[in-house]
Ligand binder design. Structure first.
Ligand SMILES: CC(C)C[C@H](C(=O)NO)C(=O)N[C@@H](CC(N)=O)C(=O)NCc1cccc(N)c1
Ligand SMILES: [Ca+2]
Ligand SMILES: [Zn+2]
Length: 159
């Protein structure tokens, strides 16, 4: 099964970037998850301790027991692991980027929405307009960032 096999998931923000206020990080993460829950029966409950399905953290370079590393400013912005136990669903953002809630640096909401696509089981799309396209394009974060390609993809897993 490429997905979680259930609709009700939990997430935990393990640490916060100093680039933004905690409230703005919470909001960007919640909005990034809502992009997907709006088009599926998925629900996301925030926990502040213990193990959640989707453990979210800001990390640099080699970090913890994560098999993937970050590369300093620019380049790779984040990574997320497909659904599963342990590392499955976990989502890391490269702390060496400048995270913002607006158009400067990298918009956390946009990158989070993309990474959560991976955490839910989606891989990259070659549709240039798709949120799951490999490269960050600075979309207007107020515009609906999902393309039909993204919606078909997520609904094929969590229809
Ligand atoms: C091979 C992967 C670890 C690359 C990594 C990624 O795709 N993470 O999901 C990543 O950070 N990709 C950059 C592009 C690159 N430098 O390869 C990116 O902008 N990904 C986030 C993103 C955000 C919003 C929209 C889109 N389309 C992509
Ligand atoms: Ca980087
Ligand atoms: Zn990606």
């Amino acid at each position: 099964l490429p997905g979680w096999g259930r609709y009700n998931l939990t997430y935990r923000i393990v640490n916060y970037t100093p680039d933004m206020t905690r409230a703005d990080v919470d909001e960007a993460i919640q909005n990034g998850l809502e992009v997907w829950s709006r088009v599926t029966p998925l629900t996301f409950a925030k926990t502040s301790k213990g193990i959640a399905d989707i453990m979210i953290a800001f990390r640099t370079r080699v970090h913890g027991r994560c098999p993937r590393y970050f590369d300093g400013p620019l380049g790779v912005l984040g990574h997320a692991f497909p659904p599963g136990l342990g590392l499955g669903g976990d989502t890391h953002f490269d702390e060496d980027e400048n995270w913002t809630k607006d158009g400067a640096g990298f918009n956390l909401f946009l990158v989070a929405a993309h990474e959560f696509g991976h955490a839910l089981g989606l891989s990259h799309s070659n549709d240039q307009t798709a949120l799951m396209f490999p490269n960050y394009v600075s979309l207007d974060p107020n515009k609906y960032p999902l393309s039909q390609d993204d919606i078909s993809g997520i609904q094929s897993i969590y229809g």
